[in-house]
Design a protein around this ligand. Structure first.
Ligand code: ACO
Length: 380
C-alpha cells in the first residue's frame, strides 16, 4: 500500500525530540545555549565551561568546573598504541579521514567502550573531549612528518591545542581567540552531525560508534567541510580587487557559494557576526589579511543579490581567517570544528539516550509493485 504522507525533503522542519540544550531562531538570527545568548557565552565563558554546562544541562559551580577541568587535563594524553597508528597513517589523507579512523581505534583501546549506561557515556565523553585535541594535533604533526608533541597540563584546552601544533606556548590573546572560536562551535541543535550521532546512539550503540558516525557527517562540504571550502574560494579569488567580479560570475552561473546559506538561519548567523568582529580586529591589527577584505566584498554582494532568499553568511564564512591567523592550515579547519563539536555531540547523545527511542523514519515507495523474478539467462 502506498504511504501518502507528505515528504519533508531533507527532514526540513521535522521535530523528532525535545531538547533543553540549544535554541535557534533562524529568522532573527538568535542562538542560545541553556537560554543564554551565544554572544554572552563567547564574551564570558570558555570551551571547558560550556562543555560542562551542556553535559549537565546547567551552569556549573566553580568547584564543579575546577573538577571537570582537572579531569580534562588528566585525560589529555592518548594511548601510545594510538600514537603509533597515527604515525603509521598514509601521508596526504584528509585529516577528517584520519580523525574518523583514530576515534574508532581509540574505542578499541577503551575497556569501557561498550558501557552505554548514562554514567558510562559521561565518563567516555569527558575522556573524548580531552583526547580529541591531542589526536588532532598529533595527526597534524604526523602528516607533516614532524614529531608528535605531548600535551601540557598547565595550559587551557585551547592554549594546549595551539601549543601541541608548534611546541611554542601561544600568547594569552591567541589562546583566548581560539577559545572563543571553540565556544562558538560547541553546539548547534539538530545539525546533520549531531543528528547522525543521535541516530547511531538511538540503536543503543556505543559512544565511539556514535562519534565516528558524526565525524563522517561533519566532513561533508555542505556541513563542517564548508570552512575549508571557503579558504579554497579565497585562494582562488586571490586579491580583494577580483572579489566582486568572481562572486558575481558564480551567482550568475547559479553556483553555490561556500560559507553562506543555512537550513535554519534565514538571516545572519550570530556566530558569523562574532567571528567577523574578531577577523576584523585581527586584520586591522596586523594589516596583513587580504582574506578579510575579500570576505567583506563577498558578503556585501551575496547579501545584495540573494539576501532576499534568506542567504547570509554562516559560521564557516569568517572562521577560516581567524584560524589562518593562528597558524592553522586549512585542512585542519574541519577537524577543529570537531574538536569543539565533540562536546555538543556528547551532550546531545546523553540527553537523547536518557529517554531513548530508536530513530527509524520511512520513505515513500515509488518503485515497481507487480514485478516477478526473471532468471539470469532469460534477461535481455
Ligand atoms: N549559495 C548560493 N545559493 C544558495 C546557497 C549558497 N551557499 N545556499 C542556498 N542557496 C539557494 C539555493 O540555490 C536555492 O535556491 P533556489 O530556491 O532558487 O533553487 C535556495 O537557496 C535553497 O537552497 P537549498 O540548498 O535547498 O537549502 P538547504 O536548506 O538545503 O541548504 C545549505 C542549506 C546546505 C547549508 C546551503 O545553504 C549550502 O549549500 N551552503 C553552502 C555550504 C555551507 O556553507 N555549509 C555550511 C552550513 S553551516 C554548518 O554546517 C556549520
Amino acid at each position: 500500500m502506498t504511504n501518502t504522507a507528505s515528504i519533508a525533503k531533507g527532514l526540513e522542519g521535522v521535530l523528532f525530540t525535545e531538547s533543553k540544550l540549544t535554541f535557534i531562531n533562524g529568522t532573527e538570527g538568535i542562538l542560545t545555549h541553556l537560554g543564554i545568548p551565544i554572544q554572552e557565552w563567547a564574551e564570558n565563558s570558555t570551551f571547558e565551561e560550556l562543555s560542562l554546562a551542556l553535559l549537565n544541562g546547567q551552569l556549573p559551580t566553580a568547584a564543579e568546573l575546577a573538577q571537570f577541568d582537572a579531569n580534562l587535563k588528566a585525560n589529555r594524553a592518548i594511548p601510545e598504541a594510538l600514537t603509533e597508528i597515527i604515525k603509521g597513517m598514509p601521508r596526504g589523507v584528509h585529516p577528517m579521514q584520519a580523525l574518523r579512523t583514530a576515534v574508532s581505534y581509540l574505542g578499541l583501546l577503551d575497556p569501557q567502550a561498550e558501557d552505554t549506561s548514562a554514567e558510562g557515556r559521561r565518563a567516555i565523553a569527558t575522556r573524548m573531549i580531552a583526547q580529541f585535541s591531542t589526536i588532532i594535533a598529533a595527526i597534524n604533526r604526523a602528516q607533516e612528518g614532524q614529531d608528535i608533541i605531548a600535551p601540557r597540563m598547565d595550559l587551557t584546552h585551547a592554549g594546549n591545542y595551539l601549543y601541541m601544533l608548534s611546541g611554542k606556548e601561544p600568547t594569552a590573546e591567541q589562546s583566548r581567540l581560539f577559545d572563543i572560536a571553540l565556544v562558538l562551535h560547541v553546539d548547534h541543535g539538530m545539525n546533520a552531525s549531531t543528528f547522525t550521532a543521535i541516530a547511531t546512539g538511538s540503536t543503543l550503540s556505543d559512544m565511539y560508534s556514535c562519534i565516528t558516525s558524526a565525524i563522517g557527517a561533519l566532513k561533508g562540504p555542505l556541513h563542517g567541510g564548508a570552512n575549508e571550502a571557503v579558504m579554497d574560494m579565497l585562494d582562488e579569488v586571490g586579491t580583494p580587487d577580483k572579489a566582486e567580479a568572481y562572486i558575481t560570475k558564480k551567482l550568475d552561473d547559479k553556483e553555490k557559494i561556500m560559507g553562506v546559506g543555512h537550513r535554519v538561519y534565514k538571516y545572519f548567523d550570530p556566530r558569523s557576526r562574532v567571528l567577523r568582529d574578531y577577523a576584523e580586529h585581527v586584520a586591522n591589527k596586523e594589516g596583513k589579511s587580504n582574506y578579510y577584505q575579500i570576505l567583506e566584498t563577498i558578503e556585501k554582494v551575496v547579501v545584495d543579490r540573494i539576501g532576499s532568499k534568506g542567504i547570509y553568511p554562516n559560521v564557516d564564512f569568517y572562521s577560516g581567517t581567524v584560524y589562518s591567523d593562528l597558524g592553522i592550515k586549512k585542512e585542519y579547519f574541519t577537524p577543529i570544528f570537531a574538536l569543539a563539536r565533540i562536546s555538543g555531540w556528547c551532550a546531545s547523545l546523553i540527553e537523547y539516550t536518557g529517554n531513548n527511542r530508536l530513530l527509524r523514519p520511512d520513505a515513500v515507495y515509488t518503485g515497481a509493485t507487480d514485478a516477478h523474478y526473471v532468471k539470469l539467462q532469460d534477461r535481455q
